[in-house]
Design a binder for this molecule. Sequence first.
Ligand code: NCD
Length: 328
Amino acid sequence: MRMPHAETLPAGATRGVAVGLFSASRHLLGLDGMPRTTLIEILDAAERDLAHLAADRSPRDVLRDATVVIAMFEDSTRTRVSFQIAAKRLGATASTFSSHGLSLSKGETLRDTLRIFEANGADVIVVRHPSPGAPAYLAGQVESAVINAGDGMHEHPTQGLLDLMTLRQAWAGRFDGRRIAIIGDVKHSRVARSAIFGLTTLGVAVTVAGPTTLLPTHVERLGCTVAATVDEAMEGADAVMALRLQRERMDQGLLPSLAEYTRVWGIDAARVRRMRSDAVVLHPGPVNRGIELAPDVADGERSVILDQVANGVAVRCAVLRRAAGRDG
Ligand code: NCD
C-alpha cells in the first residue's frame, strides 16, 4: 500500500487543498479547508448533543440501526473512550479494535482489514493511524464514512473541533478579535495543526512558540505568527494551548533536557498571569505534569481541560451523526 509521506503531505508546512469536507462525502479527514459555515454547524450540533448528554443518561435511538467501528492502529485513551461513549449514547452498535489484536500482525494489509469492517456492515469507520494520510487513503477504498481520529503528525479534526467548542464557550460565543498562544511541540502535533486550521478560519489570531527544533519549517505558512519566547506569545492572549512533548515521535535529540524545556517553555502560574484576566488554559491530554504544564495550572481555575474532555463526547456525537447522515 502506498501511503503519503509526512514531508509530502499538503498540510505538512502549507495549507493544502480542501480534503476534509463533509459536504462532498461524509468523511471527516481534517479541518484544513473546512468552511466556516461547516465548522459552526458542527459546533452548534455538538452544543445540542451536550445538552442531551447532560439531560438524559439513557441512550438515544438516533443511530439505533447504525454500526460504528473504532479502529485504533496507534495508542489512544481519551479519543477511543469518547468515541465509544458517543456511539453508545446515540444507540449505535459499536466495536473497537486496537492494532495489537488485529490480523495486521499476520500480514493482512490495512486496506483488507478495513474492508472486513465494511463487510461486517460498518456505516462509519473511525480510524487512528501513525501514518499521515492513512484515513484519506482508506476513504477512497471503502463505502463506509471514515472519520480521522488522528493520523501521525497530520490532523486530529475531532480534537480541533472540541478545542473550538471549548473556546467558544469560554469566549462567550465570539471568535473574531481573539488571540491564542500555542506552546511547545508544534512540529509533531496533529492537535496543533487541526486547531490552527479551525481557529484561523474562524478569525482567531494564532501565535506559536517553542524550541526551533520543535516548530515545523515555515510554520507561518499555516496562517500563524511565531513568537521568540513563551512570555511574548502569552502576553495579552485570550487563551493558551500547551502541547504534550511527543517524545515517541522524536527520532533524534531535539531537546537538551526536560528540565531546560520546562524552564524555558513550561507554562506556570506567573506566565498565565501575562494573559488577559479571563483567559483560559487548554491541553489535549495526556498531560506531562510538571513538564509542559505546572500542576497548579493544570488544576487551576483558568484550566478548561476537563471541559475539553466533556465537549469531546458531544463533538463526537455530532460528528458520528453527520457521518451516518443523521445530523438533524
Ligand atoms: C493527542 C493525540 O493523540 O494526538 N491526544 C488526544 O487525542 N487527546 C495529543 C497527544 O497525544 O499529545
